[in-house]
Design a protein around this ligand. Structure first.
Ligand code: ZN
Ligand code: ZN
Ligand code: FE
Length: 689
């Protein structure tokens, strides 16, 4: 029994015990203890480890002048180092990784074979004698002689922008000074999206942010994600983000540890890519694509086999709340009750896919927008790569119902070519199922799905839905009054069009938008209904309100309206506006007209009105769900969809729903945004074939 307890609690840091079974047997005729080789030909169920942030032992050796790996930027051991991003195929041996080019020296070989050594069987084990090395190149790609890391540090301290090769791709790094960051934004043409920073340690993070114990644990965990933290001073660090929080991560490779030592304690670190293309991972590509963007290149000669961005999480209710599940998490599986080998193709803008075999679902890393040709190409390659790694041959395929998604086109073609079943799944049903699977729920429940855009069953755009059902199917029992979107997709960037639509629909004076270019045309479209598809997307309601409040008339990325409202909202404000629910053919529908009228008549500051608007949504959802729970007898509610990235809502809504006697479930293993829906599609496919 003692052994079993030890196995449970004192296993090596990265060991993952999924299941522990034991039987008691009579003592046998054994004389010693040995670990015997697995029988040849035995079918191995191997998992592939994610990349693991540098461990405390390696960090100590890295900084120890007497250690043979002193200041060696590729130090690693059995407990840490690259895994997923260097593996080409399984079984996981050095020859099938990008370490194949670096034969071990005798010293490393000895450690590798010694069972008492921390580097026993560490496939990427290496040292300055045998392993990869760093080099530093100037803006023109010319090698500069000297200590590569010191050269990079000198340039960074001089306010330059340096490309740094990491585990799953390149970063652009610079000091977090306003003028330097502004220059980075100018060169990267990333006007408004927030930048994350890498802090030397948790104490450095505490100098700019509030860090709870749970957040510190997440920062310091082997996964080393970017954790969204609350700024000490909400209006500080405006160069990094326009709201009250900032993404922080700690150094996760030895190279990062060396880069941030001494007098650099914080660097902006943003994925090196050009407008929506995948993260750059190849040296030659970096030199070509980042010409004119990076002033220097800190590169090395170990290839990145698989692109993998930094993960992005929040800590919510004491657990991970993933926003981007990638490095450090992928390709660990999510344990779910599936019995088949399946492929789910996800959505499009925040693409992912999910493969399964009995007992396990393997959600992919963050992929970006498939409308970009290189992203689509990478996504397709990764599907094959995962299938190879985990020995999965899909028996059926799931995709979104949206006919124009590129993931749908891929699924159709592949199902046709392989003669296997294809299931088209409604977008918000998939969101709901993702959150159910995330919480290991089965049976039926209510799904509150607040989202931007998703193809509805009736050909309109959905996204403010309450669904009742489970993996097998669903009924749409709640929704939001549809908003006419003048010009269709044009209204996603020109959010003033949505504001105008809301005001017109509520009988408010629309004069405040008169100065927008195209006002007359848009007004005519809305009055006649021409080229004005209907959307019940909650994200659109946020956009429209953002425009009405005069915060912004145009946004530069989808969902920004909700981000801006959250940033503007005065959290102390408790007031709210009147709202109505009406029955639309058996669908309990939230009417925004009274809300918009009250919002327009309210003369309070924008921050107060933003808070009142969101408070109203919380109350409206509580009444809507309480009514639907009574009507359906379902008292469990899962929350999914991109709008639930909004923490103002997440801090208030679950609490309110619980007061209505409902049991509330949020995400903790996959994202609430479209990246998470491949897992939901997979569960629905499993239940329906
Ligand atoms: Zn280590
Ligand atoms: Zn060596
Ligand atoms: Fe969605």
């Amino acid at each position: 029994m003692h052994f079993v307890e030890e196995l449970k609690y004192e296993h090596p840091p990265l060991a993952l015990i999924e299941n522990l079974e034991y039987t008691e047997v009579e003592p046998g005729d054994y004389t010693g203890f040995e670990i015997i080789e697995s029988a040849a030909g035995a079918r191995m169920e191997t998992l592939v480890s994610p990349d693991v942030g540098i461990c405390a032992d390696c960090r100590r050796e890295l900084l120890d002048p007497t250690d043979r790996r002193y200041r060696y930027p590729f130090i690693n051991c059995t407990n840490c180092g690259p895994r997923f991003t260097i593996i080409k195929s399984v079984p996981y041996d050095r020859v099938s990784t990008s370490m194949a080019d670096f034969p071990m020296c005798p010293d490393c070989g000895r450690e590798f074979r010694d069972i008492r050594d921390r580097r026993y069987h560490a496939q990427p084990d290496c040292c300055p004698v045998c392993g990869p090395r760093c080099f530093y190149l100037d803006a023109g790609g010319r090698a500069i002689p000297g200590d590569a890391i010191e050269l990079a540090r000198e340039d960074l301290k001089a306010g330059k922008i340096v490309c740094v090769k990491g585990l799953g791709g390149m970063h652009l790094a610079c000091l977090p000074l306003p003028e330097t960051v502004e220059e980075l934004r100018r060169r990267k043409r990333r006007d408004e999206k927030p930048f994350a920073v890498m802090c030397r340690d948790t104490d450095c993070a505490r100098a700019i942010c509030r860090v709870t114990d749970g957040e510190a644990a997440a920062l310091e965990s082997f996964r080393k994600p970017i954790v969204l933290l609350e700024k000490l001073e909400p209006n500080s660090l405006a160069q990094l983000s326009g709201n009250g929080s900032v993404g922080v991560m700690l150094p996760y490779t030895p190279l990062h540890v060396l880069l941030l030592g001494g007098d650099i304690d914080c660097l902006v670190m943003t994925s090196a890519n050009i407008s929506e293309t995948p993260i750059i991972s190849d040296n030659a590509e970096a030199l070509r694509a980042l010409r004119g963007i990076a002033d220097g290149f800190l590169l090395h000669n170990r290839d990145i086999q698989t692109k993998c961005d930094d993960s992005l999480i929040r800590i919510y209710a004491g657990r991970d709340y993933p926003l981007r599940r990638s490095r450090g998490y992928v390709p660990y599986p999510v344990t779910v009750p599936v019995r088949r080998m399946l492929l789910a193709c996800g959505a499009e803008q925040k693409a992912s896919f999910c493969l399964s075999k009995p007992g396990h679902a393997f959600p992919s890393q963050h992929m970006g927008d498939l409308k970009n040709a290189e992203t689509l190409d990478n996504w397709e390659k990764q599907i094959d790569h995962f299938a190879g790694l985990f020995d999965i041959v899909p028996e059926a395929i799931a995709c979104d119902k949206h006919p124009d998604y590129l993931s749908t086109a891929y699924a159709e073609e592949r199902a046709e070519a392989e003669g296997i079943p294809l299931l088209r799944i409604q977008h918000h049903h998939a969101h709901m199922a993702a959150c159910m699977a995330d919480n290991s729920l089965s049976g039926e429940c209510l799904g509150l799905v607040w989202d931007g855009t998703g193809f509805g069953e009736d050909g309109t755009i959905w996204g403010g839905e309450v669904l009742a059902g489970g993996y097998e199917g669903f009924r749409r029992v709640g929704s939001m009054r549809p908003i006419p979107l003048a010009g269709g997709d044009a209204a996603i960037g020109d959010i003033w069009r949505v504001g105008l639509s809301l005001m017109l629909g509520s009988g408010c004076d629309t004069a405040r938008f008169e100065r927008e270019s195209g006002y007359d045309t848009v007004l005519r479209m809305l009055e006649t209904g021409v080229n004005s598809p209907l959307s019940s997307g909650m994200g659109r309601l946020f956009d429209g309100v953002c425009a009405i409040l005069g915060i912004r008339g145009r946004t530069s990325y989808e969902g920004q309206g909700a981000v801006l409202l959250e940033a503007a909202a005065d959290a102390r404000e408790a007031g709210e506006y009147p709202f109505e629910l009406y029955d639309a053919g058996g669908v309990l529908t939230l009417d925004w007209r009274a809300v918009v009228r009250a919002l327009c008549a309210d003369s309070a500051a924008a921050g107060i009105r933003a808070a009142r608007f969101m408070n109203t949504l919380v109350s409206a959802a509580a009444r809507q769900l309480a009514g639907l729970a009574d009507a359906t007898g379902l008292r469990r509610v899962v929350l999914s969809g991109g709008v639930f990235q909004n923490m103002y809502i997440m801090k208030r809504l679950p609490e309110r729903l619980r007061r209505e006697g409902l049991e509330v479930f949020a995400h903790s293993r996959v994202s609430c945004n479209d990246e998470g829906i491949s897992l939901g599609q997979l569960m629905i496919l499993e239940a329906n074939i």
